[in-house]
Design a protein around this ligand. Structure first.
Ligand code: KG4
Ligand code: ZN
Length: 333
């Protein structure tokens, strides 16, 4: 392997992360979150860039230290080039450029969503292709047919909100902190998932629509609060469990449709929402039902992290790619 040690850097949204990949193993995977956004109920881009700026160097230093590696032993630097918040991406790109120049090593820009898919291969380096991947994050919801490590086709995507947004916006309506997904997950474990049902958008084939489900939660809360002002606090666990279960059933039904249409060799679950315990169980059940191998990454590789960036960088570098020092970030794509 030409590039046996790779530093990965991720800064696309509100997590500053660095990881060390060496010959297929992750030696360190460090992420600094940004509590500053909690009080605003969502990510504030300017504050995110500033927090990245203060975190990026310490996070890289901690990753190198944890891996027991001197910067000069790094063979290449992988960084998230997009999509994401431009100011946040710039911090990671500039850190990568500075280190690549200082160490005289190549760098490789990585597509954030491709990297989420690469997370599948960190602990499963030789999957059976094609892998049908359900990618569910805060910004994207897609079904992808992954034919090889870096060769993937989008076969379904959301027409409006992402699954993570449905969790976060639903949590906000219930008065839970941002990001709401993990809070809904935790409360759902104590509730009855069958008491309340919320309808997600009915859209064709393998596409998704999540804007309707949060509106249905909004009206449900409004109507019930008219009769009982304490309705949320008295029923919070059941509301969370019903809302989460409705999202999961919707995601699973679309994935099942894709299995029937595309007959993949394996199925994989990626992106921040794949940390959801109910979704993980439902995904495993789906794989048993269809007698198909399921790849569900470890929690630390689900939400935004730099291990997946380093892993994606490895596949790109091995295929002969590299990125020039003139590279700019891309916000969408
Ligand atoms: O992949 P990610 O870390 O960032 C993006 O690329 O968007 O995904 C973040 C999303 C947020 O919407 C967050 O609420 C959701 O992942 N999330 C969860 C859980 N953990 C994170 N959603 C449901 N259950 C969880 N346990
Ligand atoms: Zn992400």
């Amino acid at each position: 392997m030409q590039y046996s040690t790779i530093l990965g850097i991720e800064s696309s949204c509100d997590d500053t992360a660095a990881a060390i990949w060496q010959n297929g193993k992750i030696l360190a995977n460090i992420t600094a979150g940004q509590a500053v956004h909690e009080q605003f109920g969502g990510v504030v881009p300017e504050l995110a860039s500033r927090a990245h700026q203060s975190n990026i160097i310490p996070v890289i230093e901690i990753a190198l230290k944890k891996a027991g590696i001197d910067g000069k032993s790094i063979d290449a630097i992988a960084f998230t080039r997009g999509p994401g918040l431009t100011g946040s991406l710039l911090v990671g790109i500039n850190a990568a450029k500075g280190l690549a120049m200082g160490w005289n090593k190549p760098m490789i820009g990585v597509h954030h969503l491709q990297a989420h898919v690469s997370a599948l291969f960190i602990d499963n380096p030789n999957p059976q292709f094609p892998v049908l991947c359900l990618l569910v994050s805060g910004g994207h919801t897609q079904l992808l047919l992954v034919k090889n490590y870096m060769d993937m086709e989008i076969i379904g995507s959301t027409l409006d909100d992402a699954a993570g947004e449905a969790f976060d916006k639903g949590a906000k309506l219930l008065g839970l902190p941002y990001p709401g997904g993990p809070h809904i997950d935790k409360l759902s474990k104590l509730g009855n998932p069958k008491r309340f049902h919320f309808q997600a958008g009915r859209v064709a084939e393998l596409d998704f629509s999540f804007s309707g489900i949060k509106t249905s939660l909004l009206y449900f809360i409004r109507d019930n609060k008219e009769e009982n002002p304490n309705f949320i606090s008295e029923n919070l666990q059941d509301i969370c469990a019903g809302y989460q279960n409705s999202i999961i059933e919707y995601l699973i039904s679309k994935t099942e449709k894709a299995i029937q249409q595309h007959k993949p060799a394996s199925i994989g679950l990626a992106g921040g929402v794949s940390a959801n315990s109910g979704l993980r169980t439902a995904f495993e059940n789906l794989s048993e039902k269809h007698d198909i191998n399921a790849i569900v990454p470890a929690f630390e590789y689900c939400t935004d992290n730099a291990a997946m960036i380093a892993a994606a960088g490895h596949y790109l570098l091995e295929s002969g790619e590299s990125t020039s020092f003139n590279a700019l970030p891309f916000a969408r794509g």
